[in-house]
Design a binder for this molecule. Sequence first.
Ligand code: GLN
Length: 192
Amino acid sequence: MAASGAQIGVLAIQGDFEAHVRALEHAGARGVPVRREKDLDGLAGLILPGGESTTIAKGLDRLGLYAPIEAFAQSGRPVFGTCAGTVLLASEVENHPVRSLGLLDATALRNAYGTQVDSFAAEADAGAFAGLRCVFIRAPRLRDLGPGVEVLAEVEGWPVLVREGQLLAATFHPELTDDGRVHRLFLELVQD
Ligand code: GLN
């Protein structure tokens, strides 16, 4: 199996990191919780989970993890953000901005679906992942994508899964469905 046994870090400050560990295990990799810099040693990739980006950002600051994660990504190892993790990857954050890592050339608009619709599921209607069921929970929207950002799935004309080199970012929660395609794609990036 692709990337079999690869060790993938999952940032475990707050949010649904355990669901990512399970999704990685289903896809044939090992998920390792990351809470301090030395946890990054020996990892082939890193997932920034969904949760509350303000809380996760405070934890990144308190634990001194901004620079180590930036260096991890700059070393060419793949990083995958989901929902709050995507907010943290973006170069710009709007609507109560949080300090982000600034790795993904895009603006993330937090809580973009507002109170009008807090949580919902929808099928991706365009892109290589058309038909994928996407679960959104107080999700951000991505806009102002840089020229190197490829859209892999869209819902209602908005990019919901994008790739920029070794970065993958979803505004939804692929770890909450049984469809393992997105985690498998991430493991393919890890293997390349
Ligand atoms: N609204 C949250 C934030 O901006 C993200 C929600 C989620 O990760 N499900 O931090």
